[in-house]
Design a protein around this ligand. Structure first.
Ligand code: HH2
Length: 291
């Protein structure tokens, strides 16, 4: 276990997804969103059939995506939870098809230990948990499954998370939370090489909180772990420019670039091709900065 002093900088590492190694020292990795839900805020209802989901995933991979994130439960503000059986039925056939057919790792976006287990058995090689392994049995399950895990900050739970939001200092609060979850993950036996952190844009945060988090994103690199961000098409963009979900590409790209500039190593997006282009040119400048 690391005491922090010998921790490698996030920029010098690989993320090992069951033998598929994702480099963390080049342009930020692009995680393509594939929601197999009827009700997700952006792509709900479009990719529920495994064949359609596979087509969508293939086109994201052709567009340059490094990892595909499959989710079977919407976590948009106000969303109702789904039961384990429903989520498993949605996710497992799609994960199975993607893991068989694609050359990139498949991530499962879930906060349930049972779904993590079933998805990894079906071929998933990354766990993306918006509850940072706080669900029953999740820590132990993720430790045993041996795949990388993203620990995300969320205040409360999706149904209620936007009610009465108040932070004293949102960056310090979210950092403190992630520090505690990283510690819990280490104690459960998950090594740093398998940990990723995410401040959780839009999860129990007001516009001003989201803006402060992005402005202070560079501070999260102090955790010594790769930082993932999900900003694509989110309501903070709608709040700023008043455009509907399908007209938020330009603003999403601006936020992806700003996040990359502030040290994000993985960017979770709906629009893969445009984001890869934006991040490639960003990376060229960042590498000049480092010289
Ligand atoms: N955002 C969403 C879902 N999962 N995971 C991480 N690590 N970070 C995020 O910011 C994040 C996430 C919400 O977006 P989406 O999946 O498009 O919508 P929905 O939750 O409605 O399915």
């Amino acid at each position: 276990m690391s005491d922090g002093s010998e921790r490698q900088p996030a920029s010098a590492r690989w993320l090992d997804c069951r033998g598929r190694r994702l480099p963390l020292d080049g342009r930020p990795l692009v995680m393509g969103v594939l929601n197999v839900t009827p009700d997700s805020f952006s792509d709900g209802g479009r990719y529920v059939m495994p064949a359609v989901a596979l087509d969508r995933a293939r086109s994201m991979v052709e567009a340059g995506c490094d990892i595909v994130d499959v989710g079977g439960e919407s976590t948009r503000p106000g969303a109702d939870p789904v039961d384990v059986a429903t989520e498993t039925e949605r996710v497992v056939p799609v994960v199975e098809a993607l893991a068989r057919e694609l050359d990139v790792p498949v991530s499962v976006d879930t906060r349930k230990a049972e779904v993590m287990e079933a998805a990894v058995a079906a071929g998933a090689s990354f766990i993306n948990d918006v509850e940072a392994l706080r669900g029953e049995g999740s820590l132990e399950t993720a430790a045993r499954l041996g795949v990388p895990v993203c620990l995300m900050h969320m205040r409360g739970e999706p149904r209620t998370m936007q009610r009465a939001v108040v932070y004293e200092d949102v960056v310090a609060d979210v950092l403190g939370f992630l520090e505690r979850r990283v510690e819990a993950a280490r104690r459960a036996g998950i090594p740093d090489e398998r940990l990723v952190v995410d401040p959780g844009f839009g999860f129990g945060k007001r516009l001003e909180d989201n803006l402060a988090l992005l402005a202070g994103l560079h501070r999260f690199s102090a955790l010594g772990l790769p930082v993932l961000v999900g900003l694509s098409r989110k309501s903070m963009i709608g709040d700023l420019i008043g455009r509907p979900v399908d007209e938020r590409l330009s603003a999403s790209l601006a936020l992806a670039v700003l996040a990359a500039e502030r040290g994000a190593r993985i960017v979770r997006v709906h629009d893969v091709e445009a984001t890869v282009d934006a991040l490639r040119v960003t990376q060229a400048i960042l590498e000049m900065d480092e010289q």
